[in-house]
Design a binder for this molecule. Structure first.
Ligand code: BES
Ligand code: MN
Ligand code: MN
Length: 445
């Protein structure tokens, strides 16, 4: 492998600030799509197309035909999350930098570095061993609407022998994984209005309602200090993992102490104390506040009673919960918990159903073999706390969806100083190259 050339090419991809949630970056998302398309053409793909959107298209393509060999769909995303807070990056987020065997920058692990790996693994074979189909999208970080619509119109696009998604990490260094569940997501803005306009806090304070105060009270009713979410009906469909699964998690190289000290780097863990931390992260739903807007937040001091306050929140959902039901439950709970004298509204931004994947298809075994050959250990089943909205749709034609990844748990996805270890990158290219080869050898499945 010509590592220097590969790093130059990856850096080119990483330098494009393709932040899908910010309209100011629409042209950058388009540029990242062009980068992917050029790469597909270099792999000898035909029918390379931009589908569904001018600015955030799904890039699709077909590799050269390999008669009799299985068909593998490669899924990934070229969009990234916003890079803020900028001041906390050691190097600017879109100026990829190599330090201590790691490449730093937004998108290194999530997901550009991994898409790169999947594609370069194809280039690393003398000729493609299987039939490749590509669906590389540009708004995974904003709910995947374009790809959802495409798959609704053209469901045959997910017909294949398997779908490969590399958008996750190992469970621990030297412990590659395949994931059996992903959490879903329900993202919403809750707005509270208490009066027609802002009011002088001296003239009105003590008698007029305060939107921020009402919003805070509402939020703490929705989730208590004990970590329990008090939205009526919310936990009803949630099932505990089986005894066997819980026992298997105990064998993973994960300790709550290390998780707190090395990963969270805080002073204590929170949440439902009755359940292990892995169960809280992987098998229980959440309610998180992402940001609160409104009132006076500028420099200095302004004495005002804000008339309006908005919280951006999201809930992670676990298998058997349904996005559509949770939306109704949240709206009803907000209505019920807000006092009569405030106007409380909920606006849903995007979401995803949870995904559950059986890992007994022969393709999983072949991936395990590829990991074993390259890293010394086969992939182990685990669950994921994060979400990939389109996974249930990718599974809808019956092809097994292989959820895996080459990142490490400390890659700092969505946070400052996101990175990818170069060893993971080089190993990853080897693993996928070998996996494609083994699939090719296995014939149609
Ligand atoms: N790659 C992540 C999903 C992920 C992260 C899965 C860690 C497992 C472990 C993906 O890019 C992501 O961040 N998805 C968003 C989806 C949302 C914006 C709809 C997420 O989980 O927040
Ligand atoms: Mn991702
Ligand atoms: Mn992400």
């Amino acid at each position: 492998m010509d590592q220097e050339r590969l790093l130059r090419e990856l850096s080119e991809f990483l330098r494009i600030p393709s932040v899908s949630t910010l309209p100011a970056h629409n042209q950058d998302c388009r540029a990242a799509a062009e980068w992917v398309a050029a790469e597909l053409r270099r792999l000898g793909c035909r029918d390379v197309e931009f589908l569904g959107s001018d600015t955030h298209p799904v890039v699709s393509g077909k590799g050269p035909d390999v008669p009799g060999a299985p068909t593998l769909i490669i899924y990934g995303h070229y969009d990234v999350q916003p890079p803020d807070p900028l001041g906390e990056w050691t190097n600017p987020p879109f100026e990829p930098t190599i330090r201590d065997g790691k490449i730093y920058g937004r998108g290194t692990a999530d997901d550009k570095g991994q898409v790169f790996c999947l594609l370069k693994a194809i280039a690393a074979s003398p000729r493609p061993p299987i039939n490749f189909r590509f669906l590389i999208e540009g708004e995974e970080e904003y709910g995947s609407q374009v790809l959802f619509d495409l798959l609704k119109r053209e469901p045959q696009r997910v017909r294949a022998d398997a779908v490969l998604v590399a958008d996750m990490s190992y469970v621990a260094p030297a412990w590659p994984a395949v994931y059996t569940t992903l959490r879903g997501l329900c993202y919403a803005e809750i707005t509270v209005r208490t009066s027609k306009t802002d009011l002088h806090s001296g003239e009105y304070g003590g008698a007029a309602p305060n939107a921020h105060e009402e919003l805070c009270r509402l939020l703490t009713r929705l989730k208590g200090q004990d970590g329990k979410i008090n939205i009526p009906g919310f936990y009803a469909p949630v099932k505990r993992p089986s005894k066997a699964e819980l026992a298997a998690w105990k064998k993973l190289p994960f300790t709550e102490k290390d998780f707190l000290q090395k990963r969270v780097q805080g002073k204590a863990l929170v949440g439902l104390k009755k359940y292990s931390v892995l169960e809280r992260l992987w098998a229980l739903p959440t309610f998180e506040i992402h940001g609160i807007l409104g009132g006076f937040t500028g420099e200095g001091a302004k004495t005002v009673i804000p008339a309006e306050a908005t919280a951006k929140v999201s809930m992670r959902l676990v298998p058997n919960q349904k996005l559509a039901t949770v939306e109704k439950q949240l709206a009803a709970a907000v209505k019920r918990f807000a006092p009569k004298y405030v106007t409380a509204t909920v606006r849903f931004l995007h979401g995803a159903d949870p995904a559950q994947i059986k890992v007994d298809h022969p393709a999983f075994k072949l991936l395990g073999e590829a990991f074993k050959e390259v890293t010394g250990r086969a992939s182990v089943p685990a669950r994921a706390g994060g979400s990939i909205p389109v996974v249930p749709a990718l599974a809808s034609a019956g092809a097994p969806v292989i959820l895996t990844g080459i990142g490490l748990p400390d890659d700092r996805l969505h946070a400052p100083n996101e990175k990818l270890d170069l060893k993971q990158l080089w190993d990853g290219i080897e693993v996928f190259r070998r996996f494609y080869e083994l699939l090719g050898g296995a014939g149609r499945m």
